[in-house]
Design a binder for this molecule. Structure first.
Ligand code: FES
Length: 160
């Protein structure tokens, strides 16, 4: 009698187990679809971090007095004003990339002692080559624009 009642109990539980498995399968399908959608969303979202633009405005020519050599460390350039001529010289040391500082004789690197003259030519230390010069132009609004993607020959000035 007891064995018969166990069989009857199993028969009674057969449908709920099927329902549970069907529900579990459905949940797996829906879960997979949601996970796919979330992954697609994050895949479509750009994960690029853009650096500083290489073309930027630095102010008007009058912001730079004649004879000045003003380093802008955040841009890694030195703005030189020689009379009515202006230029932008890189302040990134050509040895290992430290920021050089303008000095009385030109530029001096604090890392390993490379020295450059006022035009950026190497005069001492381990630096393998001269500092780069970048294009400087005037915008229609009268502001100076430096383009670090456009390297120019040493001694190329903009007349202002
Ligand atoms: S990084 Fe300037 S001398 Fe080494």
């Amino acid at each position: 009698m007891e064995a018969g009642s166990k069989t009857a109990e199993c028969e009674a539980n057969k449908m709920p187990r099927r329902d549970f498995l069907a529900w579990l399968s459905g949940a797996g399908v829906v879960g997979s679809a949601l996970a796919g959608l979330v992954a697609t969303f994050f895949f479509m979202k750009p994960r690029v971090t853009f650096g500083q633009p290489n073309r930027f405005l630095i102010g008007k020519p009058d912001d730079f007095p004649a004879g000045s050599r003003l380093a802008i460390d955040t841009k890694r350039i030195c703005i030189v004003r020689d009379g009515e001529r202006m230029a932008a010289i890189s302040t990134t040391c050509t040895h290992l990339g430290c920021i050089v500082a303008p000095s009385a004789t030109g530029f001096l690197c604090p890392c390993h002692g490379s020295q450059y003259d006022v035009d950026g030519n190497v005069t001492g230390g381990p630096a393998p080559k001269a500092l780069a010069w970048y294009s400087v132009s005037l915008t229609p609004s009268g502001e100076l624009e430096v383009d670090k993607d456009n390297e120019v020959q040493m001694g190329t000035y903009l007349n202002v």
